[in-house]
Design a protein. Structure first.
Length: 118
């Protein structure tokens, strides 16, 4: 199940691997692509939300956690993703009163749908 907060946090976490030094990034990419039992940084990002929400199958969870332990950039991205979700939850927990009129109806519907899906 993908939550609204998870989708927002994922948007901020994506693309971290593009910030690496070019030569080191190419080498790390080669290692993760060619060694057995590894996933690439892009695959890590693809699994991020499912891992956090407990929806990733056991085999992919093991690959994800191995990559998380080996790649400092992905580890930083994951920690930022988790922190974004925590901050969003605090924000929603503290929000009281009516919504401002300028909040689009489709955003309200998406938030209500994500909350109902819990």
């Amino acid at each position: 199940m993908k939550t609204l907060l998870g989708l927002i946090a994922l948007a901020f976490a994506r693309g971290h691997h593009a910030d690496r030094a070019p030569l080191r990034h190419r080498y790390a990419g080669w290692v993760f692509r060619t060694l057995p039992g590894q996933i690439t940084c892009q695959q890590f990002e693809d699994f991020l939300m499912d891992y956090r929400e407990g929806d990733l199958p056991a085999a992919q969870t093991a690959l994800f956690e191995r990559h998380l332990s080996l790649c400092p950039q992905c580890r930083a991205s994951y920690l930022g993703y988790v922190r974004s979700i925590e901050l969003g939850q605090k924000l929603f927990a503290q929000a009281q009163g009516p919504l401002p009129e300028e909040v689009p109806d489709h955003i309200v519907a998406a938030v209500v749908s994500a909350l109902d899906a819990r």
